[in-house]
Ligand binder design. Structure first.
Ligand code: CU
Length: 125
């Protein structure tokens, strides 16, 4: 399994290379998320909003959320953000209890490259 730091390095390299090589180095990396990576939220989130660096193939893109009790969190069907195929919206069916949640994402970008990564956020007591 590739480390997050390696993925970040690859993402930085892709961003630096964009001007010269166009799409060739670009894969779908997570650029931002709500709730934010390593963030703490006071309001219980009802969905995850993930933003990627590339347009996504929804069929092969998704997340698995694990709660503080190490159990999988029930999520609804993921969809692309309205008018933005780089955005992924994942409804959360359950009411999240306070604690730390792990989001493991996988993505297939439209250029056919697969990427994956993991981040966490915390729901405040
Ligand atoms: Cu790519």
């Amino acid at each position: 399994m590739r480390s997050i730091s390696r993925l970040k390095t690859a993402a930085s390299a892709a961003i630096l290379g964009l001007g010269l090589t166009g799409q060739a180095l670009a894969h779908a990396h997570l650029t931002s998320a709500v709730p934010a990576e390593n963030g703490t939220v006071a309001t219980v989130p009802t969905e995850l909003d993930l933003k990627f660096s590339e347009e996504l193939n929804l069929k092969f893109t998704g997340v698995k959320v694990t709660g503080p009790d190490k159990k999988a969190v029930a999520t609804g069907a993921a969809s692309l953000a309205s008018g933005d195929e780089t955005g992924l919206v994942v409804p959360i069916s359950a009411t999240l209890a306070p604690g730390k949640y792990i989001v493991a994402w996988h993505a297939l970008s439209k250029d056919g490259h697969k990427t994956h990564g993991t981040y966490s956020f915390t729901v405040k007591p």
